[in-house]
Design a protein around this ligand. Structure first.
Ligand code: SF4
Length: 206
């Protein structure tokens, strides 16, 4: 356990000082653009978004309110009966891109080392991804419109179960009603999987 904590601290320290790609600059809009993953390093579940936004860099935590993605993420956790402290939360690219643009392929590739180290450390039973870029970290081919809400086995990380969801920022800001409904259905499907795998308990309706 102590070794796990030491390795976790080392991963955080390596990310927070990283300049392996152009995103690792000293400051972006006044804050360090680098955000390390956080939460329970013994969790059976990892939630992974794409890259930090402004609020994440301000507070130094992934998917954190008052950012819209963070608010929606915490809603999802509540729906699943989970808290942030029970799960591990991270991003597939650990630095905020300027103007919140999409991470470029080589930036994601450079950051893969940290994802590998986080997964090796936590050894989750399932990884829930938010958005296309996070899903593509684990799957060779992925189309959000047809592959969201389907449990898959990673083609890049052996035997890792991946459950892709729409990105919370999309659901909050742009998604039409139909996609919001699909997102709700996907959360229900995820909840059933987590219950089946005994990652969360079944709660009897009163
Ligand atoms: S995005 Fe990843 S690889 Fe690039 S500087 Fe940030 S932590 Fe390093």
């Amino acid at each position: 356990m102590i070794d796990k904590e030491i390795e976790y601290k080392q991963i955080c320290s390596d990310i927070l000082g990283c300049s392996k790609c152009d995103l690792g600059c000293d400051k972006l809009d006044g804050f360090n653009p680098r955000v390390a993953g956080c939460g329970n390093i013994n969790s059976k579940i990892i939630f992974m978004a794409e890259a930090p936004g402004f609020n994440e860099t301000q507070f130094g935590k992934p998917l954190i309110p008052p950012g819209t993605s963070g608010k929606k993420y915490e809603e999802v956790l509540r729906e699943l009966g989970l808290t942030r402290e029970q799960v591990y939360t991270t991003n597939s690219t650990h630095c905020r891109p300027p103007q919140n643009r999409d991470p470029l392929p080589w930036e994601s590739l450079k950051c893969l080392e940290y994802i590998k180290r986080e997964i090796c450390l936590i050894n989750p039973e399932i990884i829930v991804t938010f958005g296309r870029f996070a899903a593509l970290t684990f799957l060779d081919s992925f189309k959000m419109t047809k592959d969201h809400g389907k449990l898959q086995v990673s083609t890049k990380f052996k035997e890792t179960s991946v459950f892709p969801l729409f990105h919370p920022a999309y659901i909050m800001a742009y998604a039409p009603h139909e996609k919001r409904e699909q997102f709700k259905q996907d959360i229900k499907a995820l909840k059933n999987i987590l219950i089946e795998r005994k990652i969360i308990p079944m709660v009897e309706a009163k």
